[in-house]
Write a protein that binds this ligand. Structure first.
Ligand SMILES: C[S@@+](CC[C@H](N)C(=O)[O-])C[C@H]1O[C@@H](n2cnc3c(N)ncnc32)[C@H](O)[C@@H]1O
Length: 288
């Protein structure tokens, strides 16, 4: 069943999601569409996602190229295809996939070392709050390490990345040895403030590095859409309030990201560009 808003877009017009029905012709940061040969179920799925994320749905005519919409209609498009979900902008695209996390999850399953798992001391049943979900690589590793009795919540500030990952994850069966990754679109500090003290075992921050790292697949897309604001001491303090075991921070080894926050890296491999730091949770207040 089409909503009046969907019909409106079908005529090739774009209204602000804030003012349904108004002919504002404004370009939006993100819209949702389908691949160029959509079926009814695919259209229905994309429309439902557009409603969920509060962004316009653009009906794509058969074989219509996306390029005409960039500039006039949307800065970015989340495209629902028969084989997955892809985020496009005029510079390129990235289809959601498990990426390197797939291999890391296999290694965790075989009891092989993973630095995130080791430094966080992750084990079955743990609850992990990932305050910088990105492409969910670390969150997916955590979901395998904590297993089906654990919990992983990923917070992401960028709507485009958040929608890409949340919709992409819906299409991936993680199996009975993992918990699902719950995705929250929010600013991490605001979300932390809304949580009770000591409600997660691990609170994890992986802010954008000051200096670009060697690109993993999809990292250029991540860089364009990500929030680049540096991690603050205030967010770390909120993390310490919410954490029961550790607040974990990932930084770049050859930068002063961690030092600026007064953090020292944990000992680790000399052969990696990544440095990890962890801080203890805040002491619970004594009862009066
Ligand atoms: C380096 S990436 C994280 C990569 C991620 N660990 C992974 O495995 O794919 C940092 C992510 O944190 C997000 N971010 C930055 N500041 C944030 C904030 N205040 N709240 C929520 N997300 C934030 C960025 O948009 C970006 O997607």
């Amino acid at each position: 069943m089409e909503s009046p808003r969907d019909l409106h877009y079908k005529r090739g017009e774009l209204a602000s999601p804030m003012a349904p029905g108004a002919l504002t012709w404004m370009r939006v940061p993100l819209a949702i569409t389908t691949s160029a040969s959509p079926t009814e179920p695919l259209i229905a799925r994309a429309q439902a996602a557009a409603r969920q994320w509060g962004v316009p749905f653009l009906l794509r005519r058969h074989k219509k190229s996306l390029s005409a919409w960039f500039g006039s209609h949307a800065e970015a498009l989340l495209v629902f295809g028969h084989d997955g979900v892809t985020l496009w902008d005029k510079e390129g695209h990235h289809g959601f996939h498990l990426g390197m996390a797939h291999l890391r999850r296999l290694r965790v399953a075989q009891g092989e070392p993973d630095t995130f798992v080791r430094v966080a001391q992750l084990g079955p049943g743990d609850a992990v709050l990932d305050c910088s979900l990105g492409l969910a690589q670390d969150a997916l590793v955590a979901s395998r390490a904590v297993g089906p009795t654990g919990r992983v919540v990923g917070v992401e500030k960028s709507l485009a990345l958040c929608a890409l990952v949340a919709e992409g994850l819906k299409l991936h069966e993680l199996g009975p040895d993992s918990c699902r990754v719950e995705v929250v679109h929010a600013d991490a500090l605001e979300h932390l403030r809304s949580l009770p003290a000591r409600s997660f075992d691990i609170v994890f921050f992986d802010p954008m590095f000051a200096r670009p790292q060697k690109a993993q697949p999809g990292f250029d897309v991540l860089r364009r859409f990500a929030d680049h604001a540096p991690l603050t001491r205030e967010a770390l303090e909120e993390g310490r309030r919410v954490a029961r075991r550790w607040v974990l921070i990932k930084g770049a080894r050859h930068s002063d990201d961690l030092k600026k926050l007064g953090l020292s890296p944990e000992p680790g491999s000399r052969y990696t560009d990544v440095a990890w730091a962890r801080i203890a949770p805040a002491e619970p207040a004594l009862a009066p």
